[in-house]
Ligand binder design. Structure first.
Ligand SMILES: [Zn+2]
Length: 79
């Protein structure tokens, strides 16, 4: 009963992962894209991999101590 839907590999949704949810994405064979059933995210395999890297980076950063939040608001004003 191997249903279409899952890709070759299971990728977690980077968008959900950033919100602390570990959701496997489904694979859309017609569009060659992965998509998440929980949020609106969809993207190619390369996009998913790239965003998962970013998510991991951000997630890892959560364990770092950011004590000076003044810096972040300063960044935004300059941008
Ligand atoms: Zn998602």
């Amino acid at each position: 009963m191997a249903q279409a839907g899952k890709g070759r590999l299971n990728y977690r949704c980077p968008s959900c992962f950033m919100r602390d949810l570990d959701i496997d994405m489904f694979y859309d064979r017609d569009k060659d894209e992965y998509y998440c059933i929980r949020c609106q995210y969809r993207g190619s395999e390369a996009d998913v991999l790239e965003k998962n890297q970013m998510a991991r980076f951000r997630y890892g950063a959560m364990y770092r101590r950011f004590t000076d939040f003044e810096d972040f608001s300063g960044e935004e004003e300059r941008a």
